[in-house]
Ligand binder design. Structure first.
Ligand SMILES: N[C@@H](CCC(=O)N[C@@H](CS)C(=O)NCC(=O)O)C(=O)O
Length: 218
């Protein structure tokens, strides 16, 4: 059986969402980030990203990881592209051209959106107020304006990124765009992105993931 490692207050959320889209059985192992624990190597510490047994799965000490039989995969966006191919159906690429486009959007998510969107959520919401730096958040918002304009243009035609239907590319991009929600000014300037993200978040699989995520300790 597939095993997904990582609490949902992490990038494991995107893989949990994807697995729920397919409705396949899997085991969820809630490995927690070591930095959230006082002593990650203490004998009673919960399974975490510094636990030796987890480091065998992901020597980078990062969640998520996914195992499927003998295969161990790290990198959340690659995991979703793998799951799409494995379970096929409309979320998977139907042609090699669609596969290229799904990789394109996933790499754009990782390289030109996520490094900035994560700063938006860190410095507007997640960090303790004393550690937030509004200048970092504002700079990240400015850096996101060009990719948001590109995304808005791409979504204008069909409301989806690839093939005129909801695919793995939408999950991968939507999960990194979600981190920018504390910057409503970005969405006001990109109405197609706003409508697309709302449609993604209306999906039962996303809602199921978020409900479980909200049930985890903050
Ligand atoms: N590029 C990786 C990033 C993974 C990552 O940074 N994971 C964070 C949680 S979202 C983590 O495990 N941090 C643990 C730590 O820093 O100790 C992916 O997308 O899977």
């Amino acid at each position: 059986m597939i095993k997904l490692y990582g609490v949902l207050r992490s990038r494991a959320s995107r893989n949990y969402w994807m697995l729920k889209e397919f409705g396949v059985p899997f085991e969820h192992v809630p490995v927690i980030q070591a930095y959230r624990l006082a002593d990650p190597l203490a004998s009673g510490a919960p399974l975490n990203t510094r636990t030796p047994s987890f480091l065998k799965l992901n020597p980078n000490g990062l969640i998520p990881s996914l195992t499927d039989g003998a295969l161990t995969l790290n990198e959340s966006l690659a995991i979703n592209l793998y799951l799409a191919r494995k379970f096929s159906g409309p979320m998977a690429p139907a042609t090699i051209a669609e596969e290229g486009l799904m990789m394109q959007w996933s790499l754009a998510a990782a390289t030109i959106v996520e490094p900035h969107s994560i700063q938006v959520v860190y410095h507007r919401v997640s960090k303790p107020p004393a550690e937030r730096n509004p200048a970092i958040a504002d700079a990240a918002v400015e850096a996101l304006r060009p990719p948001f304009a590109v995304l808005d243009g791409a979504l204008a035609a069909t409301g989806f990124l690839v093939g005129g239907r909801f695919t793995a590319a939408d999950v991968n991009m939507a999960e990194v765009v979600r981190y920018a929600l504390p910057a409503p000014e970005l969405f006001a300037a990109a109405p197609h992105v706003k409508a697309w993200l709302a449609a993604c978040h209306a999906r039962p699989a996303f809602k199921e993931m978020m409900a479980k995520r909200e049930g985890e300790p903050a």
